[in-house]
Design a protein around this ligand. Structure first.
Ligand code: NA7
Length: 485
């Protein structure tokens, strides 16, 4: 059957996965594709984060589109600005920037009469047959609930809202938080500031991965022999797949190897027993997202750096008051306090068939069928949704696998066999039961606080191997879906 009118696809978000969706949909012959982006520029997390020291914690030769390998990466783990420039160049090369509408913040999406009615913050509206939410995971910065936050007299901002106009030279700078962001930021600014205080609530395990530059000879070689880039892409994937990715889902031997490497790194790098004790985590390695840094321990031992582990009482105009009564005086306060990774497409008010609101469907926790779709929300799909394999894999690779699955799922809509598709409640419930049962073998539930865990303590990750994910994404099982006319 041939559908006389082309499917209208609305992609929400012009970050890594939105760009990918547009490229692949156009390649597959979809002609009515639009990307609605709330910001004024594409790039998602790589647009929003500009703090000094920002790199991706997945090697660049693998953190890229498999169909756009890049010979120009400057380093093993390239800086954020380079990744943003890469995304811009890929979008331009594949001519999808013209599909983007900027300043379009989706506030409401309602499924009515087989169509999605989209409403934007600027008062405009649009209609689509299919919505793909490519809204990212680490998108909503979290500011800590600490009394007096508004009282601070100096400059204060979240790392994802970096203020380039604040000069850190010679300033007393405080950083709250000790996740990947803080650990990248400390070495980048410590030599610039007069005093740096890291307010650490929880110590981190740190794997000492070096970040060497690629030489001009290497880059020339990559340009002349593109197969070496494909080889490197696959090699990194294999390395991640067989080490950290196995360790976190129950491979004790791999976990032990990583634990030893982190422990050796700490003991070899931090001779002072008092500081070492402060920096020693009291939970299993990789329970929180593992931190990769070869420079943090050296940086935090500079004479002007200090790790503060006494809990924060409140924020005052002159600095941070600790629970022991001490005041740490600061000129600039930086919140490296992470993101709300559990909102997904929310706060968009998504209203499915029969008036079902996503906020209500997800009241207990965000649940999807195979990370992509939700019963009661026809023709609504997500990329990097709940329970995607986000732990240490390249999210670009993950999105590529999901998109290949999604394209197959869209086939009956496109050829007019049906007008709407949604997963059955039974299939979705079975998938989530399996996920929940498998989580008990993972390191993420071994006893630590992390952004991986939802409010019920359930990880939002994929508890199995990459091979299983690749297999499941290779073709949809159509028995898991309802096809509506
Ligand atoms: P993370 O990894 O969520 O880290 C946030 C940090 O902020 C973490 O150390 C938290 O301590 C700390 N935090 C949060 N709230 C508070 C309060 N109220 N008081 C003190 N400390 C607080 O975010 P990142 O931006 O570093 O990294 C996010 C991801 O980006 C990362 O995993 C990579 O995938 C890239 P806690 O550990 O909860 O005690």
């Amino acid at each position: 059957m041939t559908n006389p009118t082309p499917l209208r696809v609305a992609i929400i978000g012009a970050g890594m996965s939105g760009i990918l969706a547009a490229i692949k949909l156009r390649e597959a012959g979809f002609t009515e594709v639009r990307i609605f982006e709330k910001a004024v520029r594409l790039g998602g997390t790589w647009r929003d984060n500009t703090y000094p020291g920002l790199t991706c914690d997945v090697p660049s030769q693998h953190y890229c589109y498999s169909f756009e390998l890049n010979a120009e990466w400057s380093r093993l783990f390239s800086p954020g600005a380079e990744i943003l420039a890469y995304l811009e160049s890929v979008a331009t090369k594949h001519a999808v920037t013209g599909l983007m509408q900027f300043g379009k913040e989706l506030v409401k999406a309602t499924f009515r009469d087989h169509e999605w009615h989209l409403e934007f913050a600027d008062g405009t509206k649009a209609i689509a047959d299919v919505v793909i939410a490519a809204t990212g995971v680490l998108h909503h910065p979290v500011l800590p609930e600490i009394a007096g936050r508004e009282a601070f007299a100096g400059a204060a901002f979240h790392t994802a809202r970096w203020d380039p106009n604040v000069d850190l030279n010679g300033k007393r700078v405080g950083i709250i938080g000790s996740g990947s962001t803080a650990i990248q930021l400390v070495p980048a600014i410590v030599d610039q500031v007069s005093a740096l205080t890291l307010f650490q609530r929880t110590a981190q395990w740190v794997l000492p991965l070096p970040n060497p530059p690629f030489t001009e000879e290497q880059k020339t070689h990559f340009r002349q022999h593109p197969d070496t880039m494909s080889h490197a892409y696959q090699q990194w994937l294999d390395r991640i797949r067989t080490t950290i990715a196995r360790a976190v889902i129950g491979d004790r031997e791999q976990l032990e190897k990583i634990a030893v490497a982190c422990w050796d790194n700490l003991t070899n790098s931090v001779p002072d027993p008092t500081l070492r004790a402060k920096l020693t985590p009291d939970y299993q390695v990789a329970c929180k997202r593992l931190i990769m840094s070869e420079t943090f321990y050296a940086a935090i031992q500079r004479p002007n750096a200090h790790v503060e582990t006494t809990p924060i009482e409140r924020i005052e105009p002159r600095g941070i008051r600790l629970t022991d009564g001490q005041l740490q005086e600061l000129d600039v306060l930086i919140y490296a306090t992470g993101f709300d990774a559990h909102r997904f497409v929310r706060p968009v008010d998504v209203v499915g068939s029969a008036g079902l609101r996503l906020e209500d469907a997800w009241q207990a926790a965000p649940k999807t069928h195979r990370s992509l779709s939700i019963p009661g929300f026809p023709n609504f799909f997500m990329l990097i949704g709940p329970n995607s394999p986000i732990g240490n894999f390249s999210l670009i690779m993950v999105a590529e696998l999901q998109l290949a699955y999604l394209l197959q799922l869209l086939a009956p809509l496109r050829d007019g066999t049906c007008r709407a598709i949604e997963p059955t409640p039974e299939a979705c419930a079975a998938f989530n039961r399996e996920i929940r049962d498998a989580m008990k073998d993972t390191v993420w539930v071994s006893g630590c606080r992390s952004w991986y865990l939802d409010k019920n303590g359930q990880p939002i990750l994929w508890p199995w191997t990459l091979e299983r994910f690749q297999h499941e994404m290779s073709a949809p099982n159509l028995n898991e879906y309802a096809f509506l006319n």
